[in-house]
Design a protein around this ligand. Structure first.
Ligand SMILES: Cc1cc2nc3c(=O)[nH]c(=O)nc-3n(C[C@H](O)[C@H](O)[C@H](O)COP(=O)(O)OP(=O)(O)OC[C@H]3O[C@@H](n4cnc5c(N)ncnc54)[C@H](O)[C@@H]3O)c2cc1C
Length: 435
């Protein structure tokens, strides 16, 4: 007899696992199909796992501020037995430099204030009191190291920043996906590892299941695409690309790990910093290291990847560019000859805002296009997807009458149409990983 479920979830990354947990809590018989040997070992494993609240749109800010609370209350949210090894959330705070590029953060502060999300404005002196290794010359625009003007200050200085004290990061993102899967299983969810979806099945004008590589068919009236950087492949298999104005593509990223300068304990005293003057973000990393990622400035080429399983996993001169650019801010930074860090893929959407939506094919849903900035939102995205499935399967037309969804912790209602696959490109977006 062939396997069946109420809902098939494709992908056991942090968002897929959260979707499984939330649907299983509703009593749905879920089956998660994951081609890897373990949950959380897709792009989730490469994530910097930064939990921050500053987004350029109001909806993005509301979602992220809501999202923070689940990491704060992780064990309670999972109803985890004491024996579970849980991922840890370190509430290190996040400092964002005020720059002309981000409009001196006026919109970000407005969004946070409207949502009672705490933040503090810091002077340049407060920034260097927190981070004595920093010097605040301005270098904008961000450049590559082969630019003759690289490393030359432009004569201006950063005047300060905004600090969000509740921001932080999760120490082991793959473990957090496994925590979610374990919680889902306690509610009856099933996970099949080494199960790769090769085809989306349809019958009677709606989705009816999937076929795995190897030929096995599994039937379910609802299928959810949470395949991360493989999302566009799965959407193509389902034949649902035609009515989408927002599409998704795999984008290669390098993250640098460097030791903190001698004499400063960045792991204990540091903070997350987003610095659009040099187009980098950083956060403390275990072993008194600093992890440095790019904020996708125009000078850095976008390396789109056709096949999410076959791309260059070696570091390139992008690693060196990011490390040297960070050295502009931290002149005592030592740059080791051995490159360490992460090479992984974003599932970037057209406007760098995710798609949480149904598809043109009835019964088929997608949580994708997470654009390097949705790890933090996994639990609330899972909750919202579960509500969306219930809404649509209950006969509502989400395309014409979008679900209104209340974010439980912050008691704010959002229009889920904000995340529609058919939305116009959102011009308020930063069009970068900042969302
Ligand atoms: C370098 C990097 C840094 C990031 N930093 C941050 C950050 O600091 N903060 C933040 O909020 N977000 C960050 N993100 C984004 C965040 O990590 C992602 O949005 C999130 O992890 C996506 O989770 P997911 O479950 O959707 O996808 P994934 O974790 O990619 O999971 C998708 C799963 O689907 C499986 N799959 C694919 N195709 C198939 C198939 N055909 N059959 C079966 N299984 C399949 C894959 O094996 C994979 O396990 C970062 C991402 C990267 C790459």
């Amino acid at each position: 007899m062939s396997d069946t479920a109420d809902v098939i979830i494709i992908g056991a990354g942090v968002i897929g696992a959260a979707v499984a947990y939330e649907l299983a809590k509703q009593g749905k018989r879920t089956l998660t199909l994951e081609r890897n040997a373990q949950a959380g070992h897709g792009s989730t494993a490469g994530s910097c796992a930064i939990i921050r609240m500053h987004y350029s749109t109001f909806d993005g800010t509301a979602f992220a501020w809501e999202g923070y609370h689940y990491w704060r209350d992780w064990a309670d949210y999972l109803e985890a037995p004491d024996a579970d090894a849980l991922a840890r959330f370190i509430e290190s705070g996040c400092l964002v430099m005020k720059t002309a590029q981000n409009g001196m953060l006026a919109q970000h502060m407005k969004n946070s204030a409207a949502l009672s999300c705490p933040f503090e404005e810091w002077s340049a002196e407060q920034v260097t009191a927190k981070l004595p290794i920093y010097q605040l010359d301005s270098f904008a625009p961000a450049r590559r190291i082969d630019d003759p003007a690289f490393g030359t200050p432009n004569g201006g200085r950063l005047t300060g920043g905004v600090y969000w004290p509740h921001a932080g990061y999760v120490t082991d993102p793959a473990l957090s996906a496994q925590n979610l899967m374990a919680a889902a299983k306690r509610h009856g969810a099933r996970l099949r590892l080494g199960a790769e979806v090769a085809e989306i099945l349809q019958s009677g004008g709606r989705v009816s299941g999937v076929r795995l590589t190897g030929g096995e068919e599994i039937h379910a009236p609802v299928v959810i695409n949470v395949a991360g950087p493989a999302s566009s492949k799965i959407n193509a298999m389902a034949g649902v690309l035609d009515d989408m104005t927002i599409t998704t593509r795999a984008l290669r990223q390098e993250v640098v790990h460097v030791p903190a300068p001698a004499g400063f304990d960045f792991e204990a005293q540091g903070t997350i910093v987003s610095d659009s003057d040099i187009a980098l973000y950083c956060r403390p990393e275990h072993g008194n290291h600093i992890l440095v990622g790019s904020e996708d400035p125009p000078c850095d080429p976008h390396v789109w990847v056709e096949d999410d399983t076959d791309y260059n996993r070696d570091f390139t001169d992008q690693w060196t560019t990011q490390a040297m650019r960070y050295g502009q801010r931290v002149p005592t930074l030592g740059i080791p000859s051995k490159m360490r860090g992460v090479v992984d893929l974003y599932d970037a959407s057209t406007d760098w805002i995710p798609i949480y939506d149904r598809a043109s094919l009835p019964g088929f849903y997608m949580a994708c296009g997470t654009s390097g900035n949705q790890y933090k939102n996994a639990p609330i995205a899972g909750k919202m997807m579960a509500a969306l499935v219930e809404y649509c399967e209950g006969g509502n037309d989400h395309d014409t009458n979008p679900l209104q969804f209340t974010l439980p912790y912050i008691d704010t209602t959002i229009d889920v149409g904000f995340y529609s696959r058919k939305r116009p490109i959102n011009e308020e977006s930063s069009f970068s990983v900042l969302g």
